[in-house]
Design a binder for this molecule. Sequence first.
Ligand SMILES: [Zn+2]
Length: 159
Amino acid sequence: MKQNSIQIDYIEYESLDAMPADDVALIEKAIEIAQKSYSPYSKFPVGAAVRLDNGEMYAGNNQENVAYPSGTCAERTVLNYVNANFPDHNIEAIAITSLKSNSSIPITPCGFCRQVIMEMEYSQQQKIRIILHKIGGPTYVFQSAPALLPLAFIGEMLQ
Ligand SMILES: [Zn+2]
């Protein structure tokens, strides 16, 4: 028997002042789109913004449905959009935030979304910077998808 552990490294910023300007712009876009969220059931508006390798930014928010599984998270709304429309461009970063949170830490993506970020990072062979922002609070930055999904299922992609 062997005892193992997995370490997750991330950077914490206490405020946006110390962050790179392009990341701050991405966070601001996520906050802006969260205000247009369709979340009448959870009343938990989430926004996500993606920056491509050409510098362009796109954003999405959570789109809920009375039949809960029919809804989509903000992250997958924007990730699937950019993958559908700009398959020749790599994703450099995604910023995620919520307008509401009782937690002292930033919102984190659900398991579904972590799996989707993982797939896109692997398929493009370029790390995706994951920026989790709490409005008025800290921002966590993870340098790649596996940090948020250790031992991820990647099926036959590695073979
Ligand atoms: Zn999700």
